[in-house]
Design a protein around this ligand. Structure first.
Ligand SMILES: NC(=O)C1=CN([C@@H]2O[C@H](COP(=O)(O)OP(=O)(O)OC[C@H]3O[C@@H](n4cnc5c(N)ncnc54)[C@H](O)[C@@H]3O)[C@@H](O)[C@H]2O)C=CC1
Ligand SMILES: O=C(O)CCC(=O)N[C@@H](CCC(=O)O)C(=O)O
Length: 472
C-alpha cells in the first residue's frame, strides 16, 4: 500500500480518464473516525435524523450531475443511473423507519420495582466496503443506517468507481455532518484489507464478491468483537413453467438476466425450463434479447444495456462463454464484442443442459445459461444446485407449484412471476450460503448497525437482604 500511489478512474464506455487521486491513509482516517464518533453517538436521535434528511436534500439538489457521474464511471445508461440516485434518496426515510421498528427503544415488563428497558447502542467505527455495480446505492445502504444508529463510517469504494464514492461522501459534509464522521478511503484491495483488520474498526459492512467476502470472514474469524455483514453474489435460478403468457415471461427473464448488463447480484443467471415448452421459450427469449440496444450511457435512442465495467471483465466473460461452449454448451445467442477495445458485450444465451459439470460460479455479466428439465422436482433440484442462495423466481406455474417452490428453494429472495432482481429497500435483502452470512441488508440493515442493551433502572438503591444472613 502506498499513500503516494495514485488511483485513476477511466470511463469504461469511452476509455477517457475521468478522475484521479492519491490513495488514502487507513490509520489516519480510522483515527479521525474514532475521535468523532462519541459526540455523534451522544447526539439525540432526532438530531441525527435531521442531518441525514439534509443529506437527502443535498443529493436531490445535485441529482442530475450525480447520475451523470454514475453513468460515466460505471458505463450504465443514464436512465438507470437516475434510478440509482433515487434509491440513494429513498434510503433515508426507509432507514429512519427501520431504525425505530427494528432497533428502537422499548419498555420491558419487569418483575422488579422500577423499570426495565431495551435500547440500542452503536458499535463505533464501521468500515463500509462497496462494489462497483451500484457504487452509490449499495454502500449508502450501509452508511445511512449506520449513521442513524450513531456510528462513524470509513467507506472504501471500489477501486473501479472511486469518483462516485468520493462524491457520495461529499453530500454528507454539505449536509453539515462532521467530515470525520463519514470519510472516503481511496484505494484498492490493500487498503480494504488494512481497513478490515484495523484495531480501531468495530464492524465491517461488505458488499461484493463471495471470494472477497469469504476472505474477510476468514480474516476476522479470530476477532469475534467485530460485527461482520457480508452481502455477496448469486448464481440465481429462474424456473419457467406452464404459462400462456410467453411474451411477458420472456420480458421478465430478459429483465432478470440483462438489466445493468447482468451486473447485479440478483441477476437471473440460470433459466430452468420445462422441456415441453423449451423451443417456444428459448425462441421468445432469444428474439427479445436480439432487440436489446447496447450503447454508451448518453446515446439516443437510450440503450437498455451499457458496457460492463472494464475490458478485463469483458475478456473474462468472453472466456467463460467460450469455456461453456467448448465443454458441452450450445450457443443460443453468442457473446459478441461490438466495439473494439471497449467492454460492450451483446446479451449471450447458452444451453448448458448437456454439460457434465456446470461451474457453480457467478458470471457477473450479460450471460444467461439455460437448462432443460422434465418435471417440477427436477426443476427445484436444479435451482438449488448451487452454493449461492440470493434470489430465485418461478415464472408461470400454478399456486400449488409456487407453494412448493417457495418452501423448497434455498434463497433469501423468492419471487413468483416477478424478476429475480429489483428488490425493494423496504424489505430485508440478503442471501444464504455463498451469498451472505445471515445479516441481511436494506430494511434489516438496522440490525447490524446497533447492538441491544437491556437495563433495569431504579432512581435510588432499594434492596434488603433475605435468606442466609445472621441477625444484625
Ligand atoms: N448481495 C449484494 O447486496 C450485492 C453483491 N454484489 C456483488 O459484488 C460483486 C461485484 O462487485 P466487485 O466490486 O467486483 O466486488 P469485489 O469483491 O471485488 O470488491 C468489493 C470491495 O472489496 C474490496 N476488496 C477487495 N479485496 C479485498 C480484501 N481482500 N479485503 C478487503 N476488501 C477487499 C474492493 O476494493 C471493493 O471495495 C459481485 O460478486 C456481486 O454479486 C454487488 C451488489 C450487491
Ligand atoms: O439494498 C437495497 O436497498 C435493496 C436491494 C437492491 O437495491 N437490490 C437491487 C440491486 C442489488 C444488486 O443486484 O446488485 C436489485 O435487487 O436489483
Amino acid at each position: 500500500m502506498s499513500q503516494t500511489a495514485e488511483l485513476i478512474s477511466y470511463e469504461p464506455a469511452t476509455g477517457a480518464e475521468l478522475w484521479r487521486s492519491k490513495h488514502g491513509d487507513v490509520d489516519e482516517l480510522v483515527d479521525r473516525a474514532r475521535r468523532a464518533w462519541p459526540a455523534w453517538a451522544s447526539e439525540p436521535l432526532s438530531r441525527r435524523i435531521e442531518l441525514v434528511r439534509r443529506f437527502a436534500i443535498q443529493v436531490e439538489k445535485d441529482q442530475e450531475a450525480f447520475a451523470e457521474l454514475i453513468a460515466r464511471e460505471t458505463g450504465k445508461p443514464i436512465w438507470e443511473a437516475r434510478t440509482e440516485v433515487a434509491a440513494v434518496i429513498g434510503k433515508v426515510d426507509i432507514s429512519i423507519r427501520a431504525y425505530s421498528e427494528r432497533t428502537g427503544q422499548r419498555k420491558l415488563d419487569s418483575a422488579l420495582q422500577g423499570s426495565a428497558a431495551l435500547r440500542h447502542k452503536p458499535h463505533g467505527v464501521m468500515a463500509v466496503l462497496g462494489p462497483y455495480n451500484f457504487p452509490a446505492h449499495l454502500p449508502n445502504g450501509h452508511i445511512i443506517p449506520a449513521l442513524i444508529a450513531g456510528n462513524a463510517i470509513v467507506f472504501k469504494p471500489s477501486e473501479k468507481t472511486p469518483a462516485v464514492g468520493q462524491k457520495l461522501v461529499s453530500y454528507f459534509a454539505k449536509a453539515g455532518i462532521p467530515e470525520d464522521l463519514v470519510q472516503c478511503l481511496i484505494g484498492g484491495p490493500d487498503e480494504g484489507k488494512a481497513l478490515v483488520a484495523h484495531r480501531g474498526v468495530d464492524g465491517v459492512l461488505f458488499t461484493g464478491s463471495a471470494q472477497v467476502g469469504i476472505a474477510i470472514n476468514r480474516k476476522l474469524a479470530t476477532d469475534p468483537g467485530k460485527i461482520v455483514a457480508l452481502e455477496m453474489g448469486g448464481n440465481n435460478p429462474i424456473v419457467l413453467w406452464d404459462t400462456p403468457k410467453m411474451e411477458d415471461a420472456a420480458a421478465l427473464i430478459i429483465q432478470s438476466a440483462f438489466t445493468t448488463a447482468g451486473q447485479r447480484c440478483t441477476a437471473g443467471r440460470r433459466l430452468i425450463v420445462k422441456s415441453s415448452m423449451y423451443d417456444e421459450a428459448v425462441s421468445a427469449v432469444k428474439t427479445l434479447a436480439n432487440r436489446i440496444i447496447v450503447d454508451e450511457p448518453f446515446a439516443e435512442p437510450q440503450p437498455f444495456m451499457g458496457c460492463v465495467i472494464d475490458n478485463n471483465t469483458a475478456d473474462q466473460l468472453t472466456e467463460s462463454f467460450l469455456y461453456l461452449l467448448s465443454n458441452g454448451g450450445k450457443a443460443v445467442s453468442h457473446m459478441r464484442r461490438p466495439v473494439d477495445d471497449r467492454p460492450f458485450l451483446s446479451p449471450a444465451i447458452i444451453d448448458v443442459t448437456g454439460m457434465k459439470e456446470r461451474p457453480d460460479v457467478e458470471l457477473f455479466g450479460p450471460l444467461l445459461q439455460v437448462v432443460k428439465v422434465d418435471d417440477f422436482d427436477e426443476a427445484i433440484a436444479e435451482a438449488n444446485n448451487t452454493r449461492f442462495g440470493l434470489s430465485a423466481s418461478l415464472i408461470g406455474g400454478e399456486p400449488q407449484q409456487y407453494n412448493r417452490f417457495w418452501a423448497n428453494i434455498r434463497a433469501g429472495i423468492v419471487n413468483w412471476n416477478r424478476p429475480t432482481n429489483g428488490a425493494s429497500s423496504a424489505a430485508p435483502f440478503g442471501g444464504i450460503g455463498f451469498s451472505g452470512n445471515h445479516r441481511p441488508a436494506a430494511y434489516y440493515a438496522a440490525d447490524y448497525c446497533a447492538y441491544p442493551v437491556t437495563s433495569t433502572e431504579v432512581d435510588q438503591p432499594r434492596a434488603s437482604v433475605g435468606v442466609g444472613f445472621r441477625e444484625a
